[in-house]
Design a protein around this ligand. Sequence first.
Ligand SMILES: NC(=O)c1ccc[n+]([C@@H]2O[C@H](COP(=O)([O-])OP(=O)(O)OC[C@H]3O[C@@H](n4cnc5c(N)ncnc54)[C@H](OP(=O)(O)O)[C@@H]3O)[C@@H](O)[C@H]2O)c1
Length: 305
Amino acid sequence: MKKVIITGSNGLLGQSLLELLLQEKENYQVFGFSRGKNRSGRTDFDYVSIDITDKNRLKNEVEKINPDFIINTAAMTQVDDCETNKKACDTLNVDVVKWLAEISSTINCHLIQISTDFIFDGKKGYYKETDAPNPLSYYGLSKLKSEEVLTNSTIDFTILRTILVYGKVYDLSRNNIVLWVKKMLENQQEITIVDDQYRMPTYVVDLAMACKIAIDKKAIGIFNIASNTLLSVYQIAQEIANCFGLNKDFIKPISTATLNQTAPRPAKTGFDLTKTNSQLSFYPKSFTEDLKRFKEKLIKTTFNS
Ligand SMILES: NC(=O)c1ccc[n+]([C@@H]2O[C@H](COP(=O)([O-])OP(=O)(O)OC[C@H]3O[C@@H](n4cnc5c(N)ncnc54)[C@H](OP(=O)(O)O)[C@@H]3O)[C@@H](O)[C@H]2O)c1
């Protein structure tokens, strides 16, 4: 039996991890750490209501449990917010990871950290785990610093880098590209979408599965997790319309330059999945195939919102 703490258990990945790991209660004893009430819709795990930026409380609560693994999904993920509130971004995205690494070292725990394609400048695309990072935004820089905390440490760690995560969970507080495009097109509202940024969108169910594989294999190091197709964000929106039978005429292409976003975004990311395929035996599929699975899940599942 492995004891696993999930920080950010109320989030998109956090709730997806609960759903996955709680299917095997004989193998995993799961603890969720998140702010405020447990919003996962599940009560069959131990929930700790905690602000993880409270260092002393974090240390006490983790040490009480003495976990084998911590999966740190909590982060400040809104890229423009990180640019305008660098202090809060540093605290949650970097300092908390330092503290978790320190605690993990004391109790001999394996730390799994989620990182991002935004550590790259987007000039090259199809990034390998070994490619040189060059973040354009403060968010990207903070996630790179969080990686360096682990790569410079002596603890057992896994870094899973991922891209544009989407899905639906019981109680979702933040929107994602698939739900947003679907809703706008269902309401017959025009949307403008950049056609000069390229991404490999990631179905959250696959990201959760990658975390479980990291636990089961005790995989050490950095791994890329995304679907296997690089598409422009405009093409992504078109695929969503195709999958859900919605009218593509409402999707209008625009360029990044016209957006005037606070934080710059990398133009072309996407990952090389060779290491993930060979070392994790994990073979992500195309965005089109993932969307079909997501659509089936939406039909089968009752969600809160
Ligand atoms: N989403 C993407 O497209 C994407 C892309 C690349 C990488 N990632 C990385 O993937 C990871 C998971 O992302 P996600 O989409 O699942 O994020 P999310 O939905 O925003 O979930 C994060 C969770 O952490 C909780 N949290 C935040 N601050 C906290 C604090 N101080 N104490 C306790 N809990 C706190 C949040 O609570 P509240 O719900 O109360 O705010 C939220 O439930 C992150 O590390 C992110 O950087 C995400």
